[in-house]
Design a protein. Structure first.
Length: 135
């Protein structure tokens, strides 16, 4: 999402990505891997910039081992080169649930143990394990 005061947004190739204007942000949804041009129109002008869309290759939790009492861990959606991706519509199945940000897994009052979670992102399911240890 790109925070700018804008009025319109479009992409040159809808087979690569679609866009929606939400208040003053652009939500880009990848459709297929590739590069397209994002056109953002705002009061006083417009801007064209290339945007790339890549597939999620794997998911990691950092840190994968955390002490009881920790608030959250970070969900990393990574492409084949290990570069972080964004899917702000991701959901989680499992005993822990989402935290207070789109890519946080809530630890909260979890007791020590291993927690099997499934991250639903990029049109796929990604099983992960979070280990909570006693302080």
């Amino acid at each position: 999402q790109v925070p700018i005061a804008l009025t319109t947004a479009s992409t040159a190739n809808l087979a690569i990505a679609t866009v929606k204007v939400l208040a003053d942000e652009i939500e880009v949804t990848g459709v297929a891997e590739g590069v397209t041009t994002l056109h953002a129109g705002a009061m006083g002008g417009a801007d064209d910039r290339p945007i790339g869309v890549v597939a999620i290759d794997h998911v990691e939790i950092q840190p994968a081992v955390v002490a009881t009492g920790a608030r959250s861990v970070t969900i990393l959606l990574l492409d084949r080169d290990g570069v972080s991706d964004v899917d702000s519509a991701l959901t989680v199945s499992g005993p822990l649930g989402l935290g207070d940000r789109w890519n946080y897994l809530a630890i909260g009052n979890a007791q020590a143990g291993n927690y099997a979670e499934t991250i639903h992102a990029g049109g796929a399911d990604w099983p992960v394990t979070v280990t909570v240890t006693a302080q």
